[in-house]
Design a binder for this molecule. Structure first.
Ligand code: SAM
Length: 208
């Protein structure tokens, strides 16, 4: 007998189960085989478990707010993957981040979850920890030309703003302008299921 939780008892986000395969495909396309990948706002830790199981050469550093770290630790124990690193506490608003020299920074469904000032701080932090030439992959919904891309995204935005009026789906064009301030340039805008996108930015070889 063991007291270890089985997979059915682990904290689960349904969205993660739905989007993990398409995200794996995008990561497999862009990330180097032995990449050090820093994840922001890891949530349950399911992406860390799935990606390290399917991309065995990577090292995946999950991070989250303090109160969510235990969920990720449970997934780490269950997954038992060498590349699944112990989660670190990281609020994207912090000035000093606990990891650096990332080949790739990945974040799913965080940009719409937080306020614009938090997104600005997030980009500042990313630009500091990403290696020159490194990649930033941002998965989630975005508006284009000020328009929602689906009724599902209208509903999501309303739900987000009821929860926190400062949160909500961000404009693709605003994200591009912000990224450019930090020498991050759009390399691809990948279509994902359920009207989500993965924005792929590359950090310039020179600059901060
Ligand atoms: C919608 S969830 C997405 C979780 C996970 N990435 C996923 O795709 O399932 C948004 C996550 O952002 C985290 N978060 C919110 N504010 C944050 C902040 N200031 N810094 C870091 N993470 C934050 C929350 O704790 C939450 O887990």
């Amino acid at each position: 007998m063991t007291n270890e939780p089985g997979i059915a008892e682990l904290p689960t986000a349904e969205a993660c189960v739905r989007n993990q395969r398409p995200i794996l495909d995008v990561l497999g396309k862009y990330a180097p085989d032995n990449a050090f990948i820093l994840e922001l706002g890891s949530g349950t830790g399911q992406h860390a478990a799935y990606m390290t199981a399917n991309l065995p050469g990577i090292r995946w550093q999950p991070t989250e707010l303090k109160e969510r770290l235990d969920d990720i630790r449970q997934w780490r124990k269950h997954a038992a993957q060498k590349g699944f690193l112990d989660p670190l506490e990281l609020n994207v608003e912090q000035d000093i981040w606990p990891a650096r020299d990332a080949d790739v920074v990945f974040s799913a469904n965080v940009v719409h979850f937080v306020s614009w000032p938090e997104v600005e701080k997030m980009f500042r932090g990313i630009s500091r920890v990403l290696k020159a030439g490194g990649l930033l992959l941002l998965y989630g919904p975005y508006n284009y030309d000020g328009q929602y891309t689906s009724q599902g995204n209208v509903d999501l935005d309303q739900w987000l703003r009821e929860r926190n009026p400062d949160s909500g789906i961000k404009d693709f064009e605003q994200i591009l302008l912000l990224a450019r301030q930090f020498h991050l340039y759009l390399r691809a805008d990948e279509e994902m299921p359920a009207n989500n996108r993965t924005l792929v930015f590359q950090k310039a070889e020179t600059g901060e």
